[in-house]
Design a protein around this ligand. Sequence first.
Ligand SMILES: [Zn+2]
Ligand SMILES: [Zn+2]
Ligand SMILES: [Zn+2]
Length: 447
Amino acid sequence: MESMDHVDCEYEVEKVVDQKVVNGNIYYQIKWKGYDSEYNSWEPYHNLNCSELLSRFQCEQIIRNKKILERKRQLLKERDSNSSTSSKDGSSVQFYKKEIKNSTIHKETRIQKNISEAQYNKNNNSNSSIGVKRPMTLVEKFQQQTGFASNKKPKIIIPIPSPKVLEFERFLNRSIKNGPPISVINDIDDAGIPSNFTYVENYVYGEGVPCRIDLSERLVGCRCKEGYCTAKGCSCFTEHTGARLNYDRTTFQVMLKPGNVIYECNSKCTCLSNCVNRVSQRRSDLSLMIKRFPKKGWGVITRRKIPERVFVTYYYGEIIKSTEADRRGSQYDTKGLTYLFDLDYNAEDHDECAYTVDATYFGNFSRFFNHSCDPNLVVYPLINDNADIRLHHIAFFTSREIQVGEELTFNYFGNFYNEEVESGLSKIKEKYVCKCGSTKCIGYFHK
Ligand SMILES: [Zn+2]
Ligand SMILES: [Zn+2]
Ligand SMILES: [Zn+2]
């Protein structure tokens, strides 16, 4: 969203430039995306969420160090072979002395001209046996602090994502058109792309469900001529919100209270794509990551701070008749997983709900949102090109500011969860154990 360009906390790492150790901790010098190098800052490892860039930096460092070492060896070799003839050359001697003074390694290299790397390491390690402990290299410190490798040998293990994780990332980013790429991290197990799953950025209309094109005849648009809509002049507002804007004109944060339907401008409206009433139709600029959790399975975390009341995404999937949803639901229950979301905004009770979104086989990243008893997302029914209220969008907005690395969650019970609902739910026999981990967790959620 455009508004996010002006948010004070844009923390996207462009490049890892350098590293240093202060009091035994590694710090990385970070070049921030969109900022000049003068804004580079030193960050401890735990502040960073860019393992790929860090591994690339480590790789570059290793290659660079190897090159420096090789060049030094080469120089020493040349100098040694020339020493008999050019010993009177002042500069050469000076260089020689400097090398000995600064590094015992080079002294040894001079003695054993054709020393192999293995022997070099052996000799180097032998220093520790006579009481001079070799200081930890940066790479080893990196491994020690990040837990990327526990090997004592100076062999470098770079955290390369598993083939399944890479495959998952490629799978997502081939299909994502309405937003930036999404990365995947899994250091828990070997899970990859969910089986029989297709990533979509639209509803898929199941059997007997009227699709958007069928309904387009029923769409009514506003006639705003300036290219954008104003609260008073636009029929899209006067009809539904009583001439109040749905979104803040400058920050694009939602102003309508949860529990109301957001009516956005649609394809029949004459306003342009930058109209204030088309916030959810813009390309997203969220920076997200799908992460594997120990008990919950996949979840979605943000790599950047997200302000409150900002549009996140729609819940996409296959729209099916609710009778079909009931049939599928009992099947899914036996597997302990369900991605069914009733389109029941205007329904009095479950029996009246005509359609359900099933994200088991088709869906977008919102399919991986987990339940929390203390969520940071809120759901709004939203209408733009889906003229039938029974086929509304399920739109997720942030209910509070979300911090870097925090998981995006919503309440599977609905937005208006309270004690009354809880006492009702506590009577339901079939329950899932809630693993949200929040201090407000009630311990279960219903099937
Ligand atoms: Zn408009
Ligand atoms: Zn309008
Ligand atoms: Zn309109």
